[in-house]
Design a protein around this ligand. Structure first.
Ligand code: DOR
Length: 304
């Protein structure tokens, strides 16, 4: 049997398949469809210090190309995560990575400190790339200096492995990746959603209450593969690749471009078993191609 294990900045995963934050809830939502312990890890919904209601509705819209969302980081807050949800994480056999966001650098750091040492939390994914909030998210992920500032503050506040989630809505993702690497990040996640919008022709107004939102799904896959390719060349850090992964072939494109692991997002909404379909397809491919270790494939398209 081929070896599927990968290491993401100190987080050991038995296989490279994980979930994209916000598309898999906190895990239990998918347990009727997926034996969660078969995945390499799960990345759970974005969490902030205080509970948040999120943006006004409508805040989700399906388009033929993918899903637009402007959720605005709706979540029950850190205390609820620690008290009610982390005990469930602790009962899983796989690492759980919590996506964190804040309005200020101090909030990111405070939240990171609060989650440090909580049983069941194996790592943090720092969200500096949400396109749907005014204060957090893109306000930090849009340039190398602020991206590095948040990274340094979070690293100083926790012992947990820290991965930083980057945005495609920038001109030089390589420069941001380098700044985040220098600031001490252990890994990178990319990409978050691509800023977009849709207009209802009968109402003659934008579909989303917030006008713009983040596009996810198959439409963004070539953008995401390109971003992974560029970042792989810019830094040494392991990359979790995501953006429109629906099939095992999609996942392999990301791995060949340089991702050490892959996250399935929007596809979970269409096919709740998508993560396992991707995993099983990767396993079959390795057997068929007689590749003994998945690590041989990471970034392999660069030397072809
Ligand atoms: O597309 C996104 N939507 N990306 C995020 O990081 C957060 C989420 C939201 O809550 O708006």
């Amino acid at each position: 049997k081929p070896c599927l294990a990968v290491n993401i900045g100190g987080i050991q995963m038995k296989n490279p398949v994980t979930t994209a934050s916000g598309t898999f809830g906190f895990g239990p939502e998918y347990s009727p469809y997926v034996d969660i312990n078969r995945l390499g890890a799960i990345v759970v919904k974005g969490t902030t210090l205080e509970p948040r209601q999120g943006n006004p509705t409508p805040r989700m819209a399906e388009t033929p190309a993918g899903i637009l969302n402007s959720i605005g980081l709706q979540n029950p807050g850190a205390d609820q995560l620690i008290q009610k949800t982390a005990p469930y994480f602790a009962g899983l056999e796989i690492p759980v990575i919590v996506n964190i966001a804040g309005n200020t650098v101090e909030e990111y750091a405070q939240l990171a400190g609060k989650l440090d040492g909580v049983a069941g939390i194996a790592g943090l994914e720092v969200n500096i790339s949400c396109p749907n909030v005014k204060k957090g998210g893109m306000a930090f992920g849009g340039d190398p200096f602020t991206a590095a500032e948040v990274t340094r503050a979070v690293k100083a506040a926790t012992q947990l492995p820290v991965m930083v989630k980057l945005s495609p809505n920038v001109t030089d993702i390589g420069a941001i990746a380098r700044a985040v690497e220098e600031a001490g990040a252990d890994a990178l996640s990319l990409i978050n959603t691509l800023l977009g919008m849709a207009i209802d022709v009968r109402k003659r107004k934008p579909v989303l209450a917030n006008v713009m939102g983040g596009l996810s799904g198959p439409a963004v896959k070539p953008v995401a593969v390109r971003a992974v390719w560029q970042v792989y060349r810019a830094v040494q850090l392991p990359i979790i690749g995501m953006g429109g992964i629906c099939s095992w072939e999609d996942a392999l494109e990301f791995i060949l471009a340089g991702a050490s692991a892959v996250a399935v997002g929007t596809a979970n909404f269409i096919n709740p078993r998508a993560t396992l379909d991707v995993l099983e397809g990767i396993e079959r491919y390795l057997l068929e191609q007689q590749i003994e270790d998945i690590n041989e494939l990471i970034g392999a398209a660069h030397s072809a």
